[in-house]
Ligand binder design. Sequence first.
Ligand code: TTP
Ligand code: MG
Length: 406
Amino acid sequence: MTPSQIVQMPLLLTILHVDMDAFYAAIEALDHPEWRGLPLVVGSPPDQRGVVSTCSYEARRYGIHSAMPSRTAGKLCPHAVFVPVRMERYAEISAQIMTILEEFTPLVEPLSLDEAFLDVSGALRIWGDAVTIARELKRRIRTRMGLTASVGIAPNKFLAKMASDMHKPDGLTVVPVTEPEIMAFLSPLPVTKMWGIGKVTGARLAKEGIRVIGQLQALDSGTLERLFGKAGAADMADLARGRDSRPVVTHWEEKSISNEHTFSEDEADMERVRQRLLELAEEVGGRLRKSGKLARTAQIKLRFGDFSTITRQMSFPEALNSDRKLITSALALFERERVKRAIRLVGFGVSNLVAPDQAVPAQRELFKELSGRGPDDRNKKIDQAVDRVRHSFGNDAIKRGKWKKD
Ligand code: TTP
Ligand code: MG
């Protein structure tokens, strides 16, 4: 083999994707043994508006699933136990699980509270093979935490994530390594399981009769471009063949924070839209302060009944994190649009996040110190107090008064 051939050899990685089973529900059953083995729903109560966050596998037998209206869940299984979300507790357990994962490799990339990628390529020398690592990792999570996880093993992130989902709960799935075998592995899986294919794209593909990944593999580049645009077509062709070169990234910086709400029916009452926008801005503000950063840019997103979508943004002269200013910016952006049509979705987000020491030009910082406390200090105190109460009692413990024009 010549040196140039060695360089061209693809580096074969071994990636694990770990995803906890029925995460919030499993923690509730752990903390309340009397609920174990029962249909258990975490989310809004069945007699209120709101949705299911997740549910136990026993509840899934009745057709209940994440994001379903709780009212529907209550009808499907009237004797299910409904319990509210306890985010702080789930975050605490999540941190302990991530610590267990780091016992196998420092290359751990958490994706959410209940899932992470691990690049175990280097750890293979110690453990022998990836299946041994996966079994031991599942064992440690089970014995130390009393919870089960599902694991996918594959040569890249995309395939590992597809695999962890295949034999839930308590699953362990190994993806083959050669391209023909990978193509055959992906072929029967629904396209909606793929990264980047959400409900809307899934529905559009279904209209074209495309339901499984094998059908995507067979499409020519012209058809792919028509369906996914020029930029998306190549990515989609790669993913359908199981090619993905994204590395496991241990410390990624949060670039933006956002949240959005879809109304159960298109909303024509703009006062309700404003109220929802206010709540979204508050929620984003809480997460922004938790991240320890300040935002330079705020953005709103509006989607109308016909799915057309607009985004509008504004920049702040000084980076900030106060609820009051975020809410003011959200509402100002909204008022500017003079919306007359019913709204399907409203969203709010902040971006251009900076550390506090980069937020204020040096001279102004000095000026602030000289001028003492201003109204900004008062707002900051209120925000901090609100965060503390929410930290202890959950997000719904404090709601700001209804927004009024004054
Ligand atoms: P998931 O991993 O999607 O779901 P899960 O862990 O409950 O069940 P499984 O993986 O076994 O299928 O999401 C992890 C947690 O994120 C879930 O426990 C609750 C929360 N979540 C929501 O709050 N809303 C949602 O729509 C989804 C999908 C998840
Ligand atoms: Mg999960």
